[in-house]
Design a protein around this ligand. Sequence first.
Ligand SMILES: Nc1ncnc2c1ncn2[C@@H]1O[C@H](COP(=O)(O)OP(=O)(O)OP(=O)(O)O)[C@@H](O)[C@H]1O
Length: 403
Amino acid sequence: MASHTLISSSSSSLRLTNSMPIKCFPSSFTPIPLLPTKHFSFLSLTTTTPTNKSLQVRSVAAPAESVAGFDDMVSGTQRKYYMLGGKGGVGKTSCAASLAVKFANNGHPTLVVSTDPAHSLSDSFAQDLTGGQLVPVEGPDYPLFALEINPDKAREEFRDATKKNGGSGVKDFMDGMGLGMIVEQLGELKLGELLDTPPPGLDEAIAISKVMQFLESQEYNMFTRIVFDTAPTGHTLRLLSLPDFLDASIGKILKLRQKIASATSAIKSVFGQEETQQAAADKLEKLRERMIKVRELFRDTDATEFVIVTIPTVMAVSESSRLSASLKKENVPVKRLIVNQILPPSASDCKFCAMKRKDQMRALDMIQNDPELASLTMIQAPLVDVEIRGVPALKFMGDIIWK
Ligand SMILES: Nc1ncnc2c1ncn2[C@@H]1O[C@H](COP(=O)(O)OP(=O)(O)OP(=O)(O)O)[C@@H](O)[C@H]1O
């Protein structure tokens, strides 16, 4: 508790490690000026009192000696996957990046992957990680690599494969042959919809399957911890049911292909399309296999854990509760819940902070009484006073969260 304990005081001025005084918000709101990045301490330290007397403040919202069970997370050299997910903007990327840094500093060659279509890993590490390739992250003791999967590119590949092999490409082709009726008869195929307005979650499913593909290669053998920074909740929920949906869709495409193969083989051989079609079919089949692997990965209780990240607001907690219920329903292992951005304790809140703290306490209370969330290990992470960017800042944050 030592470094995160606030000592009460009659003074309203808090002091950071570097002795920079900052004031609570006055009742008429004025934004707190941002501190320079080098001061990545957080408002948790000491206040001065005229008498120099100090008194410990106990508060529900105090960033506690949270025991995340990091010893358990770090033990063993068999490969483990950690997927961090939650509502947009709650701090998924910061928590995922700080976990990756912590693993790498504790002996694990680690890979951190972003499958969120709106990547922010590059921003978090303050390094350019774009390009869909492994990029080494400088700073940690053991190798840490990052990978941002380009969802548009991944989707295009999928689109091309399905188009060539049973999407609108085949329909047009069949229409041209006067055989469109067969396609019509398989009306429930709904391929057009799938290709033109891909269901949310498709990007991520393809991105994860792409990672699975990479992980099969020699180059990736070294990684013993893989941390995923996933897309916001809605995508994750759809992603869980997506492999089944795609499995069925792809299955239908391949079936359709077989059905029409005999009718068109003579014509196709004239136009020389047989080989292209076969190559596309193989590609599609591979994609289907990888989707099944994604589904299995999410449900592998020995190797995988989904960590929910939330913030202490009623809305975020409600959403986290729904996410937890859905994950459990789908047999995805969930053990930990990070409650991020908790106000550090203060002995002399301004009106704004006092209100905010009350709200946060209500939300924390809600978690403790929520049938879905109460059983999870709760990790409280403080709201820090600067933006968390770069490896030193992520290490600092990781050392607070992952204990
Ligand atoms: N504990 C914290 N204290 C202060 N700032 C934080 C904290 N956690 C996250 N932030 C800041 O909040 C912003 C959003 O964080 P982050 O990008 O990690 O969230 P996210 O959930 O991944 O967002 P998105 O859903 O948009 O991908 C960033 O500017 C980050 O530095």
